[in-house]
Design a protein around this ligand. Structure first.
Ligand code: TRP
Length: 335
């Protein structure tokens, strides 16, 4: 039997934070060591262009995200790891899909609708500053997924609609041109922790409450010391269920360590001491990989080689499928 394919993309804007690590990167890397599936992870740099027009940021972010996944031990022999823009077949497929996608389907996309809504509320032209890239972005994402016939796509809840669109697009293509695509499914892992940020809301770059994954030790400690707590004094018992600090600690702790911390809260541990323990735990998990990360950042050529190897293997899959798709739509040699 063919292995199931799990695929996910990481948009290359910004630098990874602890929330990305706990919620997406760490589980994916663990999964990459398994033999039961074929996994594909890619740097979605074409997607980055939708949000970001600063070439330096896109480039630096691609470097940092690639270095992060490699430093944390992604098994690139088992998993396919590539940069979207290294696979020209993805752009080609995007056009074939664009030609069969209903405009009405794209009109319903949440991200596009939100942008329109914002314009309308401000009394502006509804299309102000909305690029076609934003509008047709779900088609590019469908191409990412369908190109590798992914069965499962681990994503956040905000991406579920895009998966439904990818299925819709795949179905239409299959209907017109034959059964070429598997219909992908979104996988949302509710067991994976949504990490709170330093202010207790979900950790997110846009809330300005995130702790970057690769802060040097001293800065990491400082950032953890800034996690918001309440005014309970040392010696006073503390609640765990409304504590961002406890949640962040727990995301890195073994069951045993978590229970101990719970007890310490009940016993009235001082916030400063609890934060120190939290820092030590997270720091010990990251210390070794941080060295690898820093080493990779200083030698991007090492990363580039791995990406090129990944692209070559990815194109061994994408190339032949694209050949068949071109043929299916009537783009064929004349003789
Ligand atoms: N749009 C996704 C995000 O913002 C990233 C992404 C691009 C993706 N292509 C993908 C995720 C394909 C899964 C599959 O998070």
């Amino acid at each position: 039997m063919n292995k199931r394919t799990i695929l996910t993309g990481i948009t290359t804007t910004g630098t990874p934070h602890l929330g990305n690590y706990v919620g997406a990167i760490k589980p994916a890397i663990q999964a990459s060591h398994g033999d039961g599936v074929r996994s594909c992870y890619f740097l979605a740099d074409y997607h980055a262009l939708i949000k970001c027009r600063d070439p330096g940021v896109v480039h630096q972010s691609t470097l940092e995200i690639a270095a992060t996944w490699l430093a944390l031990g992604l098994d690139t022999d088992k998993a396919l790891f590539y940069r979207q823009s290294d696979i020209p077949e993805i752009s080609e497929l995007t056009w074939l899909l664009t030609c069969i996608t209903a405009k009405g389907l794209m009109n319903r996309a949440h991200a596009y609708k939100a942008a329109v809504q914002e314009n309308v509320e401000k009394g502006e032209d509804s299309d102000l500053a909305i690029a076609m890239g934003l509008f047709s972005y779900p088609i590019l994402m469908a191409a990412d997924i369908l190109m590798f016939n992914a069965n499962e796509v681990p994503v956040g809840r905000d991406q579920v609609q895009h998966l439904e669109m990818a299925r819709d697009i795949a179905q239409r293509f299959n209907h017109h041109f034959g059964e070429h695509f598997i219909l992908p499914e979104a996988v949302i892992d509710d067991n994976v922790a949504v990490l709170p940020g330093t202010d207790g809301r979900k950790m997110s770059k846009s809330y300005n409450n995130s702790i970057p994954l690769w802060l040097p030790e001293k800065k990491l400690r400082k950032a953890i010391m800034k996690i918001v707590t309440n005014s309970r004094e040392p010696g006073e018992p503390k609640q765990t269920d409304d504590s961002a600090l406890f949640a962040i600690y727990s995301a890195f702790a073994s069951t045993e360590q978590r229970d101990e911390m719970k007890q310490a809260f009940a016993d009235g541990i001082a916030w400063g001491d609890a934060k120190q323990r939290c820092f030590e735990l997270i720091n010990s998990e990251l210390t070794t990989s941080r060295l690898v990360y820093e080493d990779l950042l200083s030698e991007p050529a090492k990363i580039e080689i791995r990406l090129q190897e990944g692209a070559e293997r990815a194109r061994e899959i994408a190339g032949p499928l694209m050949q068949r798709l071109r043929h299916a739509v009537g783009i064929r040699p004349l003789v």
